[in-house]
Design a protein around this ligand. Structure first.
Ligand SMILES: N[C@@H](CCC(=O)N[C@@H](CS)C(=O)NCC(=O)O)C(=O)O
Length: 203
């Protein structure tokens, strides 16, 4: 597999999941502003959406969209332990959808935007407060979203990592903050974060 990523962007969830899965992959850094690959070349020629993540599967197909990629990686994990199976699988999709459509793009993605107007960012901040208040009440003693660690936890922790960049205090949401810490305390997730943080800092 080959993952197209930008350091600390949402594609970090895929790197975490690949490391958790123990699946070998090659990584291609993308500048999401210029749409150029760090190794040279036009990313738009690979993924016309111009966004990360994108995953080249072993059969040569290009997959885009976090939810599809994360579920694909989960199913490729030899242990099969990164996603619930059978009748429990819709619960994973429910969480992936929540992170994607209620937290990632319309809320924290907007707060991180370099071009969004201040009013839009303020609106997104209000939404974040409401969504995280709800989310905080969902843990109910469970360490991970579907009970056991899954790719949805990798995605949520990746998005919650951005709270630091937008000065959004997680203290009023202690279960969400504890979840983020729990995920990054896992060796594979911690390694993924450390590697991308180093790339991010190096610029
Ligand atoms: N719907 C997409 C959204 C992906 C997305 O927002 N990626 C961001 C990084 S976190 C990106 O590539 N931004 C650059 C751009 O939109 O041009 C998905 O879930 O994969």
């Amino acid at each position: 597999m080959e993952l197209y990523f930008a350091p600390l962007a949402c594609s970090l969830a895929s790197r975490i999941s690949l490391y958790e899965a123990g699946v070998d992959a090659r990584f291609h850094r993308v500048n999401t502003t210029t749409k150029q690959l760090a190794e040279g070349g036009d990313y738009l020629a690979i993924n016309s959406k111009g966004q990360v993540p994108a995953l080249r599967t072993d059969s040569g197909e290009l997959l885009t969209e976090n939810n599809a990629i994360l579920e694909y990686i989960a199913d490729a994990a030899p242990s099969g332990s990164l996603a619930p199976k059978g009748a429990a699988r819709p619960r994973l999709r429910e969480w992936l959808s929540f992170v994607s459509s209620e937290l990632h793009t319309p809320v924290f993605g907007l707060m991180l935007s370099a071009t969004a107007p201040a009013e839009a960012k303020a609106h997104a901040r209000g939404l974040a407060e409401r969504k995280l208040a709800w989310l905080d009440g969902q843990f109910d003693g469970t360490p991970y979203l579907t009970g056991e660690f899954s790719v949805a936890d990798a995605y949520l922790a990746t998005v919650m990592n951005w709270t630091q960049a937008v000065q959004f205090d997680l203290a009023p949401y202690p279960n969400v903050a504890a979840h983020r810490a729990r995920v990054f305390d896992r060796p594979a997730a911690g390694r993924a974060f450390a590697e991308e943080f180093a790339l991010y800092r190096a610029g």
